[in-house]
Write a protein that binds this ligand. Structure first.
Ligand SMILES: [Zn+2]
Length: 250
């Protein structure tokens, strides 16, 4: 069910245990070969495929494209809500839904920079509403829902930025928007103090804006990635829709 297609009386009639899924992504630089709306387009496609297969069991809100992309601001065209503003925006949407009586609020994310503030938002929401015993707040990033894709000839073993994985999916979804990816240089995803968390800005890790190896991308890999991530999203949504409300077996 797409929330945007329904009237308010139709929404009011819904079972309040219905999970409400809010896709959150970004509008930010994606190197020299991908458009700035890449994360939003890719997440939109994954959620579209997943929602089709779980029709009627989750309510899907329109994709929220403004992300926390402060680390990309040196690159022209990037929009960003600073981290604390972003936390408040996510909490605000969740508060709206709580006010309407919904209790299972699920952010599905398509941009790395949203991860830390997104986790903070669901943490804060649970503390603020600690007297409610029937609510759950979740924040999940689509490529971190389970194991990475097993084969499909992928060279990269993890998500980068405007990388083999994202370029492949864009080649599948909107090839007319993909530039000359084959001549882009490899950019290592490693950081000097791994595995310690390090504050970083994108221009200190990459000159052209991408991280990873876009030259290995193909539309076939893109289709395999879409199917892999959509299947993981379906399993995740089904788990929430079928949840018995218990946090542990008493
Ligand atoms: Zn991206």
């Amino acid at each position: 069910m797409n929330l945007a297609d329904l009237t308010w009386p139709a929404i009011e009639k819904l079972d309040r245990r219905t999970p409400v899924v809010i896709p959150v992504a970004a509008l930010e630089q994606h190197g020299h070969h991908l458009p700035v709306f890449t994360d939003s387009m890719l997440l939109g496609e994954i959620v579209r495929r997943a929602a089709e297969r779980i029709a009627g069991r989750v309510l899907v809100a329109p994709l929220f494209w403004l992300g926390n992309s402060d680390h990309h601001l040196e690159f022209c065209g990037t929009f960003s809500a600073p981290p604390r503003v972003y936390i408040d925006l996510l909490c605000g949407m969740a508060e709206n839904l709580l006010g309407h009586g919904f209790r299972r609020i699920v952010f599905i994310n398509g941009h790395g920079g949203n991860d830390v503030p997104g986790r903070q938002a669901v943490f804060e929401l649970r503390q603020r509403h600690r007297r409610l015993d029937d609510c759950v707040f979740l924040f999940a990033t689509y490529w971190a829902l389970g194991l990475p894709p097993a084969s499909s000839g992928l060279v990269q073993r993890e998500m980068g930025h405007a990388c083999e994985w994202e370029t492949s999916m864009m080649l599948r979804l909107a090839p007319h928007l993909v530039g000359d990816f084959a001549s882009e240089p490899d950019v290592s995803p490693s950081m000097p103090f791994d595995p310690v968390a390090q504050g970083w800005i994108t221009r200190e890790r990459t000159e052209r804006g991408h991280i990873g190896s876009p030259r290995f991308a193909s539309a076939e890999k893109g289709e395999a990635l879409f199917e892999h991530f959509a299947a993981q999203a379906v399993a995740f949504f089904e788990r929430i829709a079928g949840w018995d409300g218990k946090f542990f077996d008493a």
